[in-house]
Design a protein around this ligand. Structure first.
Ligand code: MLC
Ligand code: AMP
Length: 516
């Protein structure tokens, strides 16, 4: 008897349609990729990786612009049994240096424009192979893969073999690499295929970046596991996304994408009439956006909740399946029900389970939950309870009907346009600047990004600080989305009796800075 291969790629490949010449991905620059193209190109790249003679489980770190070839590289990494490590294209050298130093990838793939500085960091950290990949189908990864065979036997993976590492920052300290296995990703993808009623003929508009859970896993696995075509947008463009709704059935986005589409007059009921399902997540969807979308398009957005460590956890219902027939309402302001194989509970700080309606820390368990943080056993231990639940750091409640809502976060985190910004990291950079005594980064409401960071800084005695200079200095060091949208130099910060800065007071004080 053969052992089953739990490699995620094997499951995705098995779902390809019988006609491999049909279109799998249609791009916004007019290219069509067939299912055969995905299979052959990922085989060639997998053979290239195999030919490097690096041990299975080696990390392949990738910081490239969004392209179909970048997705093929992800598939190749899975199928050959290596570990994919995607990196936000906005990261600058200090950020990349940390990730590469921590993950010790055997292979780094970067844009050719960044080859100089990225390869220097990589070689210094002991990486042997640095390739380039650009979004115009060029780069050494492709020129090398062309010489490789286009057939490749999928590496036999166990369910708990690592498939990907996603870096996610902590409230304190450095970023942690969440280790996700083939089993974590596949079980979640299969669950969502069922729960969201993926069906023959579905077409997904893929408008998100592919270095995070939402665009890389939820969207790509969703489409591939259903053998569904993707309409691929290298960069989100609200007008184009709306135009493409006539050819598509499923859309996934962070709330900012919905806000931007609502600002377009072309968004109408008629235009959205071919669509089956709009899904939102990664950040709170405002009830106004939820309602306005209903009025404008006649569709009720399905909001779901997840994170890097767990992939998807909860979802509002999609009622295609009779098993979920008693749960049909998509309730705005909630993230729906725990997915069928996810256990979710709310606990207080003392570790007591809280009853319906009471607010506390959200904890989860399930086949989708990661095994731990890369090379950080102590951190991992801190984030799990004795009985094996992962502490999400999100604060919420469960209502009498079972709907989960998120009311806040115990982790000091700002989610801006679906990207996470960790105040401690930004404050660290500001505090290191000459003349700075202390700083506080707070999140305030923003009409486009939902929430953005504002820096409030105090100077050392006798020092003169200039807010614009602080912003400019941060820009030269950090990814652009982490840069505070405003900076205020003030004489003092509000403190409690313990001397701790009261960020809630600052948030209140600056809450109207971006009011429409
Ligand atoms: C861009 N900018 C942002 C920003 N994105 N500022 C704050 N927050 C953001 N998210 C700033 C840039 O710094 C730049 O400023 C200016 O906006 C223009 O940059 P851009 O790159 O041209 O922006 P744009 O293309 O408009 O990007 C906006 C966006 C993008 C909403 C399309 O942020 C995006 O794709 N977000 C999705 C993130 C995502 O996929 N999250 C999923 C995480 S997974 P300047 O000053 O330099 O000009 C997860 C788990 C789960 O959370 O549950 O899904
Ligand atoms: P990340 O580290 O990027 O995976 O971000 C995960 C975090 O995003 C979660 O812990 C939540 O705080 C937040 N998040 C994801 N989906 C939602 C949602 N639908 N509503 C509110 N917050 C969300």
């Amino acid at each position: 008897m053969h052992d089953m291969n739990h490699n995620l790629f094997a499951a995705l490949r098995a779902a390809f349609p019988a006609n491999l010449d049909s279109v799998a991905v249609q791009t916004d620059n007019g290219l069509n990729y067939s299912w055969r193209d995905l299979d052959r190109a990922s085989a060639m790249m997998a053979n290239l990786l195999d030919g490097l003679n690096i041990p299975k489980g080696s990390r392949v770190a990738v910081q490239v612009e969004k392209s179909v070839e970048a997705m093929m590289l992800y598939l190749a990494t899975l199928r050959a049994g290596y570990v994919f490590l995607p990196l936000n294209t906005a990261y600058q050298s200090a950020e990349i240096e940390y990730f590469i130093g921590n993950a010790e990838p055997a292979v780094v793939v970067c844009s050719s424009k960044n080859f100089g500085w990225v390869s220097k960091i990589a070689f210094k950290a002991g990486t042997q192979h640095v390739f380039t990949l650009d979004d115009d189908r060029t780069g050494s990864l492709l020129t090398r893969s062309v010489h490789c065979a286009d057939q490749h036997v999928v590496h036999p993976s166990k369910s708990d073999d690592l498939a990907a590492i996603l870096y996610t920052s902590g409230t304190t300290g450095r970023s942690k690499g969440a280790m996700l296995s083939h089993g974590n990703l596949l079980s979640n993808a299969q669950m969502l295929k069922d729960y969201w009623g993926w069906q023959p003929g579905d077409v997904l508009i893929h408008a998100l970046p592919i270095f995070h859970v939402h665009g890389l896993f939820v969207a790509i696995h969703g489409a591939l596991l259903n053998g569904s075509k993707m309409i691929w947008m290298a960069k989100f463009d609200p007008q184009l996304a709306i135009a493409k709704m006539l050819e598509a059935t499923v859309f996934m986005g962070v709330p900012t994408l919905y806000v931007r589409m609502l600002a377009e007059p072309s968004l109408t009921r008629q235009q959205a009439s071919h669509m089956r399902l709009f899904i939102a997540g990664s950040a709170p969807l405002l009830i106004e956006t939820f309602k306005e979308w209903q009025t404008r398009t006649g569709h009720t957005i399905l909001e779901r909740y997840g994170m890097s460590e767990t992939v998807m956890l909860t979802s509002n219902p999609y009622q295609a399946d009779a098993r979920y027939a008693n749960q049909t309402e998509r309730r705005g302001g909630t993230v729906g029900f725990p997915l069928p194989d996810v256990q979710l509970r709310v606990q207080d700080d003392a570790g007591k389970n809280l009853p319906v309606g009471e607010i506390g820390g959200i904890q989860v368990k399930g086949p989708n939950v990661f095994s731990g943080y890369w090379r950080m056993p102590e951190k991992t231990k801190e984030e799990f309870t004795a009985d094996g639940f992962f502490k999400t750091g999100d604060v919420g409640k469960i209502d009498e009907r079972g709907y989960v809502s998120i009311v806040g976060r115990s982790k000091d985190l700002i989610i801006s346009g679906g990207y996470n910004v960790y105040p401690a990291e930004i404050e660290g950079y500001i505090n290191d600047m000459a003349g700075v005594a202390e700083s506080a980064l707070i999140g305030v409401p923003h009409p486009d990004f939902g929430e953005v960071g504002i820096a409030v800084v105090i100077a050392k005695a006798g020092a003169q600080l200039n807010a614009e200079h602080i912003i400019a200095a941060l820009k030269s060091q950090l990814a652009n989305f982490k840069i505070p949208k405003k900076c205020f130099v003030v004489p003092e910060l509000p403190r409690n009796t313990m001397g701790k800065v009261q960020k809630n007071l600052l948030r209140e004080q600056y809450k109207d800075e971006f009011k429409k």
